[in-house]
Write a protein that binds this ligand. Structure first.
Ligand SMILES: [Zn+2]
Length: 424
């Protein structure tokens, strides 16, 4: 069994709304036993994402207990995780109080099972899925928007010391780095942009930090290109649409895929655009393509999803099996229209400067970074970093600028179509 400490060594991402993490434990789990190393969460009114971090891949079940009016117990969602033990100094309670979720508790249920309980105020539905390397369980809880208008202010949405003591040792320990304020988003900024309904857009620069993404024949790293393009895209979107743009990262830092979507949900983004460069074992493959979340329709799309998710083709198949359940809140039609506008614009505009640009079209695939997004969301594969000519192109400021400008035009076209629909 792998006893990796990577997750623990990783500095917590700056935008975490809250987390409880263990410091590297001196107590290693017994053979076959997994380690529960931490719980993280992100909130916005009507939505909370909870991530349970694990070392090892224990089996688990998710269940619901309805509210019990006689005992006054709130509704609860609980995960029973088999063959697992808590890391030595894991805090057992995490106060959330975001209007949807009151707190998260972890306690031993029986000698081999840990029960992680989400004490809810109310909820409408929930979804569970897992992510590999390191293994973690993601629980997305959806509430009734009306019921959560009295949600606690954002600044309070952080890990707090447990209210009561339970026999799980030792006392609460919250790393200073994660106990700080979540990302500040001015919510009252007056926005008078031309784009109907698009007030806030999250732009996601693919990969970063320890994850370089794909690497080109002359050593160009995808993470650097995506960051450069995301920054250009932010400037351009703010100028052209008069909207607020939030980057999931603005420097070379690793951010887990589930956190990227969580950021977009948390800030109430109207669109989510993830920027990437493509790669293929076939060195002559080139072109531009745009994805939205759905079942992959062919092997190539599945291969792209495997690479961007950091998983195997077989795991893509497993993910698709659970995707049925995860699609309920996805904006499939809007995402597909946004993808089409961006793709058309990219091909049309880039062809003027680069006549050999190949239109690979709009595609669908199961991308973790798009799972759970509650707004229209797409993933752009700007060009192939594995193709010599396109690698050179990706590295050039000129191409980055033109690509960003074309994406912005696509968003504008999408927005004006929205306006027409709304005006009818
Ligand atoms: Zn990528």
């Amino acid at each position: 069994m792998a006893v990796a400490t990577e997750m623990l060594a990783e500095p917590p991402a700056p935008d975490s709304a809250g987390s409880v993490a263990a410091t590297p434990s001196a107590v290693l789990p017994a053979a076959g036993e997994a380690l529960l190393t931490g719980v993280r969460y992100w909130s916005k009114p009507g939505y909370t994402r909870i991530v349970v971090d694990l070392e090892g891949t224990p089996e688990f079940t998710a269940n619901v207990l309805p509210a019990d009016t006689t005992s006054g117990m709130p509704p609860r969602i609980y995960l029973d995780i088999k063959k697992v033990r808590p890391a030595a100094n894991l805090t057992e309670n995490m106060q959330v109080d975001d209007g949807l979720l009151r707190q998260v508790r972890a306690a031993r249920f029986d000698p081999t099972t840990m029960r992680v309980v989400l004490d809810l105020v109310a909820y409408h539905s929930y979804k569970t899925f897992t992510l590999p390397d390191p293994y973690r369980i993601v629980v997305d809880v959806y509430g009734d928007e009306k019921a959560v208008l009295s949600a606690a202010p954002e600044a309070e949405l952080r890990a707090a010391p447990p209210a009561e003591k339970k026999p799980i040792p030792p006392p609460a320990k919250i790393p200073a780095a994660v106990a700080k304020k979540p990302v500040e988003v001015p919510r009252k900024a007056s926005i008078s942009g031309p784009a109907a309904g698009l007030r806030r857009i999250v732009v996601d620069a693919g990969h970063g930090g320890k994850d370089p993404g794909a690497i080109g024949p002359s050593g160009l790293q995808e993470k650097n290109i995506t960051l450069a393009m995301a920054k250009l895209l932010k400037t351009e979107l703010e100028r052209e649409l008069g909207c607020q743009v939030i980057l999931t990262r603005d420097r070379d830092v690793f951010i887990p895929l589930e956190e990227r979507t969580a950021i977009a949900n948390k800030v109430g983004a109207d669109l989510f655009i993830s920027v990437h460069a493509n790669a293929s074992h076939n060195k002559s493959a080139y072109g531009v393509e745009t994805y939205y979340l759905n079942f992959s329709k062919n092997d190539k799309a599945a291969a792209v999803a495997a690479r961007e998710n950091g998983i195997s083709l077989k795991q893509v198949g497993d993910l698709e099996l659970i995707l049925f359940d995860l699609m309920a809140n996805a904006k499939i039609n809007e995402s597909s229209r946004l993808a089409a506008e961006i793709q058309n614009s990219l091909v049309r505009d880039l062809k003027r400067e680069y006549p050999d640009v190949r239109d690979l079209g709009v595609k669908q695939g199961p991308f973790y970074v798009l799972v759970g997004a509650t707004m229209p969301s797409v993933l752009v594969e700007a060009a192939f970093i594995s193709h010599k000519r396109e690698e050179t192109r990706l590295a050039s400021r000129e191409f980055q600028l033109q690509t960003s400008a074309a994406i912005v035009k696509g968003v504008l076209n999408y927005a004006s179509a929205l306006k027409q629909v709304a005006g009818k």
